[in-house]
Design a protein around this ligand. Structure first.
Ligand code: GSH
Length: 211
């Protein structure tokens, strides 16, 4: 059974959403945020202390976009993965990484200096909010070609970038989304697997509180 360590709406939402899209059975371990402080025993599972962590038999992984890539290729073939001989393969891998390395990285600084440590480095938060919005224009350009980022269909790349939109919503960075990004975010969040992932994290939380 695949095990996923998760905090609600943290980057571990990417693999959780992918598991739901794939219909794979999994065991969800829900942790308070930040786990390194509030659940020190978690360091025995993942010495980095970061979320997500995923175990699948002998496989252990800690990178959210990498776990999504692993799941859709390991448990393929399926439409979420783009095969290596497909002309869209390079674009697919690029979007998978873009979601985390280019979009979520600046968001993390906004999260830290606006929500967790306000008053310490507001200017950094403001600068990286702008950085995020300017990088997001690359998504806008892609959406001028179709409803999804690549391969003419919803893929794991949309999960990686879609999570950055979820985080943008939480950070109130969505107020200046272009009409195309707004419509894309609407398409993403009504997907049954996205909704199921939201429900799964709530149910797990309810169970944890009642036990
Ligand atoms: N590049 C990693 C980053 C993992 C990461 O930094 N996760 C955050 C949560 S979204 C975290 O665990 N922060 C708490 C901490 O570092 O203590 C990924 O994509 O999974």
């Amino acid at each position: 059974m695949i095990e996923l360590w998760h905090c609600p709406d943290a980057r571990s939402f990417r693999p959780l959403w992918a598991l739901e899209e794939l219909g794979l059975p999994y065991e969800l371990h829900l942790l308070p945020f930040p786990p390194r402080v509030r659940e020190p025993a978690y360091l025995q599972i993942n010495p980095l202390g970061t979320i997500p962590a995923m175990k699948d038999g002998p496989t252990f992984m800690t990178e959210s976009a990498g776990i999504v890539q692993y799941l859709v290729t390991r448990y393929g073939p399926n439409d979420l993965a783009v095969p290596v001989d497909d002309p869209a393969y390079g674009a697919w891998v690029n979007w998978l990484h873009f979601g985390e390395a280019t979009l979520t990285f600046p968001q993390t600084l906004v999260l830290r200096y606006r929500q967790f440590e306000p008053g310490k480095a507001e200017v950094v938060a403001d600068d990286y909010a702008k950085w995020f919005l300017s990088r997001l224009r690359h998504v806008d350009r892609a959406l001028a070609q179709g409803d999804w980022l690549c391969a003419g269909r919803f893929t794991a790349a949309d999960i990686s970038v879609g999570y950055a939109l979820l985080l943008a919503h939480q950070l109130k960075l969505d107020e200046t989304f272009s009409p195309a990004i707004k419509a894309y975010w609407q398409r993403l969040k009504v997907r049954p697997a996205f909704v199921a992932a939201k429900v799964a994290q709530k149910m797990d939380l309810a169970e944890a509180l009642s036990s």
